[in-house]
Ligand binder design. Sequence first.
Ligand code: UDX
Length: 448
Amino acid sequence: MRVTVFGIGYVGLVQAAVLAQVGHTVVCVDVDEKKVDDLKSGIIPIYEPGLTALVQENYEQGRLEFTTDAKRGIEHGELQFIAVGTPPDENGSADLQYVLSVATTIATHMDSYKVIVNKSTVPVGTADKVKATVTAVLAERGLQAKFDVVSNPEFLKEGAAVADCSKPDRIVVGTDNTEVQELFRELYAPFNRNHDKLIFMDVRSSELTKYAANCMLATKISFMNEMANLAERLGADIENVRKGIGSDPRIGYHFIYPGAGYGGSCFPKDVQALIRTSQEIGYQPEILEAVENVNMRQKNKLFENIVKHFGNDLSGKQFAVWGLSFKPNTDDMREASSRVLMQSLWAAGAKVKAYDPEAMNECQRIFGDRDDLMLMGTKEACLKGSDALVICTEWNQFRAPDFDVLSESLNHPVIVDGRNLFAPEIMNRRGFTYYAIGRGDSVEKCST
Ligand code: UDX
């Protein structure tokens, strides 16, 4: 089938490449000329395992095209995907200006039937707004062209985006039009072989499904972080509690890892956006507000542990920070806990020596050159002269460090771990003061 994707960001690019890989011809349109030129020369704007090879193969074989020419894109596809950003505006609502601007562009150039597909995460009611925008532009043009607006949310995870998109758990499609449903059956047939993953529903339910999924996952994480804080105060170990509750299939093992709070481009933004949507219709979203508050508190946890050990005045102190991205296998630092930590350390007068396997350029881009941030070439290079090691992200290469090197290099054998990578008793035996998340007596045990 012929597909057009507006917006070559995370969602758009991965979706386009995966659709091209099964034989569809996909034209990707973006307003960013540099991004389009880079993609044509094989430069991928994001770090995502497997994506570069996939894009290059499909580009070379002519199934994937990149252009700034919207008209060309609109002529090409019967299906017009909108996959542009919906960043939070100043009060946390999803900003729809890019989505509606693409809708206007499509309506300006279309002269035959089109299916306009919202792939971006958009508030309930956006499909209606897209419909109204397209109808208004077509009326101005004096055209009666037919179109449908469909919601087809994306559930991919950064770091596993290609795999998630190629092997989806479910494909949610919001449309009541049975002919459009058939088009989607055809589009996604290559991904729908073992059992029927297509779930058709009305457009508003589909829009809410995306928010409900992300907010449910964020709720699980904040719930576990709350339990971790309780465990710490009650002398229990959250890692035992996690295994104890995860074994109940109604709860499950996924997304119950306590830590230094959730980050990324989706959970913080989507929880906030659903809170704003609720408030706009006069509903008080008690659980969502708590989820957000617990997460903001949790992001301070690493700094609190540092202050617990070193006191409030950190001037003259230096901290080794391992992990800058909001999670492993990505260079994305949006809403990362490392940012909250570093800002607090700098405000308290401390310096940071940091290392991340992928996010060094991103960190440099965000913070620029400053005296209190040194970006180091290896994780070991951060340790020399540092007063403690702080772990923000659970990259695999941080899981089994050389502890002798750690204790020789650090000024003090102190580790503040935001991802519970090590066993407190072993750290204790090795002579470290080990601050983990929710591991009750770990600090007391380690420091005796
Ligand atoms: C998420 C959803 O998983 C995905 O379905 C949706 O399409 C987009 O948002 P992503 O933001 O890429 O994906 O990352 P995810 O792996 O879900 O992690 C989000 C955050 O939660 C990370 O900061 C991670 O460290 C944190 N997390 C995750 C926990 O703290 N504990 C957990 O148990 C799981």
